[in-house]
Write a protein that binds this ligand. Sequence first.
Ligand code: ADP
Ligand code: GN1
Ligand code: MG
Length: 359
Amino acid sequence: MEKKFADILQHFDIALDPSVYGNGHINDTYIVHAQPDYILQRINKKVFTDPPAVMENIKGVTEFLRKKIEAEGGDPDRETLNLIPTVDGASYYRHTDGEYYRVYKFVEGAKSYDIVEDPSQLYHAAKAFGRFQNMLADYPAEKLHETIVDFHNTRVRYEQFKDALNRDASGRADTCRPEIDFVLAREKDAGVIVDALADGSIPLRVTHNDTKLNNVLLDEKTGEGVCVIDLDTVMPGSLLYDYGDALRFGGSSGAEDERDLDKIWFDTEKFTAFTKGFIEELPSITDRELRLLPFSVKLMTLECGSRFLADYLNGDVYFIKTHYPEHNLVRARTQFKLVKEIEDKMDELNAIVSEIAGR
Ligand code: ADP
Ligand code: GN1
Ligand code: MG
């Protein structure tokens, strides 16, 4: 084993070899095969500039969830992430390399998916995200650090995109004029959800904020949702962020980085499955939130595409896990294709929501 990992794991009282694991864009994840297995993660401190604050949130949230799951007769070792403390009782270890490491129990018998194989996966993912939000409904929001400021503030995101365009640090703007114009033409959408939160017409809730399908583990046998993971961005937000972001990813016919745009469309069957599961678990959803559900999918998809495009213009400094030079541009293109599709299908999507909700 590389000496560094041996040093780090010894602080968690683990003496085994880790190997690279998973397909997250942000942290570096390793699996440690043991009895039981563990997940070791290096926190991306460029993205999360205050890792101790991230860990305080995760410790608070996972302990809170554990108690709720125990009270409901669930299995707290599988239905929430569980941090393994260091031998000193801390929730993370800061190595002499200046990096922050954490260890979780590996959730056994469950899997995350990078591509939706069947709409029923979305139904089960939606129920898991809905339950997650329900369980955190009475979490003291004031205890949460804002781990990435303005994470889903789409107006700020729009300004960040324009800054990236004006700087054009990579000199790539000329290679993506149609994509740039696509974002600029949609400025008016940026304020819709932030304004509704600000004027109180939709409630502020404790939300996950990064609900892509590979951030929920589904049971390998039953297909049911087991555990919501990737809790770095749990913060106060809107239910629409979680719903919209999940369908941005899960409602697509293909991979986030599919190069052939003919293979990318927005799948109403997947939309229906997710919407059904989400509303079943969150009957308290307000009328205003309900009316904004389809729009939120468009806006979260536009936000994500703008972030990929801004990062392409910035020279791949945030989404650094690229496999070829245009990778972030390719990712942006799939998002914009989906935005266009969602715009074209908006009436149909609104009708599906009304039908499912019965209001
Ligand atoms: P990132 O922030 O980089 O997306 P994640 O926390 O989502 O990192 O972890 C990356 C992947 O590792 C997940 O998509 C999942 O497949 C796997 N994973 C993470 N934590 C666990 C866990 N406790 N048990 C099983 N698999 C996990
Ligand atoms: C990142 O960490 P991961 O891979 O689950 C990103 C999300 C994006 C997503 C796009 C903290 O999610 O906001 O929507 O990539 N997470 C962060 O795939 O920026
Ligand atoms: Mg993840």
